[in-house]
Design a protein around this ligand. Structure first.
Ligand code: SF4
Length: 418
């Protein structure tokens, strides 16, 4: 591990909960439905986070359990059964139903695993009913995907065939592009997890080599390993450097000729570096502070520092999986300050003290910081944007250059008005 400074911090947090990941999971698996078992607050969160979907019939909903349902647990179970029954009657196309737990105390008392089992039997195989927690007490927003995928692993058929499994939701065009590159290298048997239909779960087993596309799949990776899969060690496919090493990790695992790998990747790298240039000019030398939220902070910090020349003030991360992050940590500049966990007040004090040019943070913190004249980037944008792979490196850099450009324009206008 490089000479990074790893520190821990606990205290008040300001992050979205795991329910948020429903917003991209329901797009990925259109035959699945996500039923949040929660309060009105949960319903509001999911509706506002997914507000962009108003034109499509949503594939998520909330079974709202309130005080009156607390009269007895039997009532809560009855209420849940009633909601599920109505939902499946109205939407017979649903093939997988996720019951997503939340943090209100009335929900914590319900054994959703048992409810899922009971309902699966009741619906006699017509639909698979699973559960996971999206509770804000236990999860930050990307951990919701980890929970959903972990719940799916036991349903994946067994197989001994050699294959590459890309784990973690990617934008469909990005995933297609990455598969094309692997095909060119001669890796033809590739599956994705989650699949594009919840019923088309890939088979896994001792011949499966897993390349994690997202850094927040700790539990899923452990479950896949327990099923005999090999988890490949690599940085994550953000930026040219990370994506190259990520692809090379798979190529090594499949014994692909190194010359073929470099002749395939070299033109892509040259093109991506050329496209990156204007953004490097804007970002180079700028001070960056990442507050913990998405779990993508370390790969982003590595990209923005190594390829865009930004100076890392502090890299916050909700939790640090050292094993999974080792290849990333090795690439960070010496003495990068990494803080695991959060004490939001202390972090905001450090932001003000260090006066960075750009802060990557959650939506709740962005507005107050902007009001103080500090440029921000919402970390949630990273999970909605197609940012993975060599070809996407300049688009990724542009996401960070944009708020700086905006800040410059506003400052210029203010100066002109004086
Ligand atoms: S799960 Fe908890 S943190 Fe998330 S919206 Fe519901 S009440 Fe809020």
């Amino acid at each position: 591990m490089s000479g990074t400074t790893l520190l821990k911090e606990t205290g008040p947090r300001e992050v979205f909960c795991g329910l948020t990941s429903i917003v991209w999971l329901h797009r990925r698996m259109p035959d699945a439905f996500f039923l949040v078992v929660g309060s009105r607050t949960c319903a509001h969160l999911i509706q506002s986070a997914a507000g962009v979907m108003i034109f499509a019939e949503p594939r998520f909903g909330t079974a709202i359990l309130e005080e009156r349902d607390l009269a007895g647990l039997a009532d809560a179970h009855e209420e849940l059964d009633r909601v599920v029954k109505n939902l499946l009657k109205r939407r017979p196309e649903i093939r997988t139903l996720f019951l997503v737990g939340s943090c209100p105390s009335e929900v914590i008392k319900i054994d959703l695993a048992r409810a899922a089992e009971r309902l699966t039997t009741q619906f006699n195989g017509q639909v698979t009913i699973l559960n996971y927690s999206g509770s804000g007490i236990e999860t930050t927003f990307t951990q919701g995907e980890d929970g959903a995928l972990k719940a799916l692993v036991p349903l994946m058929p067994s197989s001994k065939e050699d294959k590459l499994l890309l784990a973690g939701t990617l934008a469909n065009p990005v995933e297609d592009r990455l598969k094309t590159i692997f095909n060119r290298l001669g890796i033809k048997n590739i599956d994705s997890f989650p699949p594009r239909q919840s019923t088309e779960l890939p088979s896994i087993g001792p011949g499966t080599k897993v390349l994690l596309a997202q850094p927040y799949l700790t539990d899923t990776a452990r479950e896949l390993k327990n099923r005999g899969c090999e988890i490949l060690q690599a940085p994550f496919p953000l930026g040219v450097e990370g994506s190259k090493l990520w692809i090379e990790a798979a190529a090594n695992a499949f014994n692909i000729n190194k010359d073929l790998v470099s002749s395939t990747l070299e033109p892509l790298i040259l093109r991506a570096q050329k496209a990156l240039k204007p953004y490097v000019e804007q970002l180079s030398g700028k001070k960056l502070f990442l507050l913990p939220e998405s779990q993508l902070e370390i790969p982003l910090a590595r990209f923005l520092s190594n390829e865009c020349g930004m100076e890392l003030v502090e890299v916050g991360i909700p939790y640090l999986n050292r094993e999974m992050m080792r290849p990333e940590l090795d690439l960070l500049p010496e003495n990068t300050r990494i803080i695991e966990g959060q004490h939001v007040e202390k972090q905001l004090d450090r932001v003000r003290e260090t006066n960075p040019d750009l802060v990557v943070c959650g939506m709740g913190l962005a507005n107050p910081l902007e009001a103080e004249g500090i440029s921000t980037k919402w970390s949630i944008e990273m999970v909605f944007s197609p940012i993975h792979g060599i070809d996407q490196a300049s688009d990724l850099a542009e996401l960070f250059a944009r708020p700086l450009h905006r800040h410059n324009l506003l400052t210029q206008k203010e100066l002109e008005a004086i």
